[in-house]
Design a protein around this ligand. Structure first.
Ligand code: FES
Length: 194
């Protein structure tokens, strides 16, 4: 068991190295908030954030900032969605019973308004490290793709649902959001739409 954990951790850390470059590119697109005047900066940090999803390919994820928080926006492929039922037995809260971790619209296995799009805060629910994406299946028998937190080894599936027996106590948090067009969401706004 220990060997499996160590092997998996090495594997994840290897993947993390590859991912880091892409993360830097995505984050480079985020406005440089510290250059704004205090009032404008406060507004920018608190305002809803509009995100266009049209250019996201299945399996691709981008990162955005909302209220100073990192938010993951993942377009799941049909194949990725099919894994959500395969991982259920390994999860601590597969039905999103903890109502503090998502709006009511996300109490489903997809934890989202539309199955193909996952929007979750990129903050581990243990001590707030940023989990890393590891979307491939395996090598561990219980791994069907998701997010791995390298700080203390917490694991989350492709819906941000926490695994049993890891330090993180809850699923990743789903922020309020709504679709303002078929392929555009507004993070931070959750009323009056789908
Ligand atoms: S902060 Fe993620 S496991 Fe501790």
């Amino acid at each position: 068991m220990t060997d499996d954990v160590d092997h998996n951790r090495r594997h994840f850390l290897t993947v993390a190295t590859a991912v880091a470059g892409g993360a830097g590119i995505a984050l480079a697109a985020i406005p440089f908030l510290s250059s704004l005047k205090p009032s404008a900066r406060a507004e920018a940090l608190g305002a809803p954030v509009e995100v266009a999803l049209g250019s996201l390919e299945p399996g691709e994820m981008i990162r955005v900032l909302w209220r100073g928080k990192l938010v993951f926006v993942l377009r799941r492929s049909e194949e990725m969605l099919s894994r959500l039922t395969q991982v259920t037995a390994f999860l601590d809260d597969p039905e999103s019973a903890n109502i503090d971790q998502q709006p009511a619209f996300a109490v489903n296995q997809y934890r989202s308004r539309k199955p193909e799009f996952l929007i979750v805060e990129g903050s581990c629910t243990h001590l707030c490290c940023a989990p890393l994406e590891q979307f491939e299946v395996g090598p561990a028998a219980d791994w069907f793709g998701g997010f791995f937190c390298p700080c203390h080894g917490s694991k989350f599936d492709l819906s941000g649902r926490v695994y049993k027996g890891v330090p993180a106590p809850t699923n990743l948090r789903v922020p309020p959001y709504r679709f303002i067009q078929d392929d555009v969401i507004m993070i931070g706004a959750d009323s009056g739409a789908t």
